[in-house]
Design a protein. Structure first.
Length: 296
C-alpha cells in the first residue's frame, strides 16, 4: 500500500504539472489579477467577496481553456522552439483529445460560472475573449504581425469583465481600463518577441511589428505605444475615477517604461528588450494597485 502511494505520487504531480503548463498557469494568475483589481476598482461601497471569488475562478477557467486551445493548435510549431518543445503536447506526454477535454471542461465551467453567478454579460465577454484568442489570434500569428493587435483585444478583456462584475454594466470606467491594458500589451509582447525572434521565426510566427525584425523600425513602435500609455494612464484621473496620487504614480511608471523603450531603440539589443519586458511586467500591477488604492 505504502509502496503504491510512493510510486503514484510522482505521476500525480507530473500530471498536475503538465496541466499547469497546458493552461499556462503563471499567465493565468496575471490575467486573474487584472480582472480582480478591476473589480475592486469598480466597486463602490462594501466589497462582495463572494462575487470576487466567483469572478476570479470563472476568469481562471475561461483563460485556461483559451490557453489550452492555443497549445493544441500550436503543438507542431512548439516542437521547433526550445522554449516550448518540452510542453506536454509537443513532447508527447499528453494526447490532443485529453488537452481538448481539459479545455472544454475549463471553458464550459468558466462561462457557466460567470454567466450564472456573476452576470450574463460577464459570461458573454468571457466567451468572446476565449474564442477570439483561440480561433483568431492563434492562427494569425503565422500569417501577419497584425496578430498582436488581434490578440490585444481578448487580452484587454479581463479588466473590462472585472468592471462589469462590479458595476453590472459596460461603463466608461471599464473601457478606460480596457484601453490601458490594450495599449500595454504591445510593448509587452513585442519585447518578448524581440528576445525570442529567432525561435519564433523557426516556428513560422510573425510577431515583431516590422518585417525587418529586430530593427529600429520595430523598436520605434515599441517606443510609440509605450509613450501612449502616459496619456492613457492619466484618463482615470481626468475623468474622475481616481485621484491625483495615482495619476502621479502612473505617470512616473509610464515615464520609466518609456526610458527603457528608448534604450531599446538606441541599442536594438536583446538585453534592452529584456529590460522592457521586465518593466512591462512591473508596470501593470503598479498601475492597478495605484488605481484601487486611490479610486475616487
Amino acid at each position: 500500500m505504502d509502496k503504491a502511494l510512493i510510486i503514484s505520487k510522482p505521476r500525480i504531480f507530473s500530471k498536475l504539472y503538465d496541466y499547469g503548463v497546458l493552461v499556462k498557469f503563471k499567465l493565468l494568475l496575471f490575467v486573474v489579477f487584472s480582472a480582480a483589481f478591476a473589480f475592486l476598482f469598480g466597486t463602490r461601497g462594501a466589497i462582495d467577496w463572494g462575487q470576487f471569488m466567483l469572478l476570479s475562478l470563472g476568469g481562471f477557467l475561461v483563460t485556461g481553456a483559451a490557453n489550452a486551445l492555443n497549445e493544441v493548435f500550436e503543438r507542431e510549431p512548439d516542437k521547433l522552439m526550445k522554449r516550448t518543445r518540452n510542453r506536454p503536447l509537443p513532447d508527447g506526454r499528453m494526447s490532443v483529445s485529453e488537452a481538448l477535454a481539459v479545455s472544454m471542461a475549463f471553458g464550459l465551467t468558466g462561462i457557466w460560472l460567470l454567466a450564472s453567478y456573476v452576470s450574463l454579460l460577464c459570461g458573454i465577454l468571457g466567451m468572446i475573449a476565449m474564442f477570439t484568442y483561440a480561433f483568431a489570434y492563434t492562427p494569425m500569428k503565422r500569417i501577419t504581425p497584425f496578430s498582436v493587435f488581434i490578440g490585444a483585444i481578448p487580452g484587454a478583456m479581463p479588466p473590462l469583465i472585472g468592471w462589469v462584475a462590479a458595476t453590472g454594466e459596460l461603463g466608461f470606467g471599464g473601457w478606460l481600463l480596457f484601453t490601458l491594458q490594450f495599449f500595454w500589451q504591445f510593448p509587452h509582447f513585442w519585447a518578448i518577441a524581440w528576445s525570442q525572434d529567432e525561435e519564433y521565426r523557426k516556428a513560422g510566427f510573425h510577431m515583431l511589428p516590422s518585417r525587418s525584425g529586430k530593427s529600429r523600425a520595430s523598436a520605434f513602435q515599441v517606443v510609440a505605444y509605450t509613450i501612449s500609455l502616459i496619456p492613457v494612464g492619466m484618463m482615470p484621473y481626468l475623468f474622475g475615477f481616481s485621484g491625483l496620487a495615482s495619476a502621479i504614480v502612473i505617470t512616473c511608471a509610464g515615464l520609466a517604461f518609456t526610458v527603457y523603450a528608448v534604450q531599446l531603440y538606441r541599442t536594438c539589443s536583446d538585453a534592452a528588450a529584456r529590460r522592457v519586458m521586465f518593466m512591462s511586467i512591473l508596470y501593470l500591477p503598479v498601475v492597478m494597485i495605484a488605481l484601487v488604492l486611490d479610486k475616487a
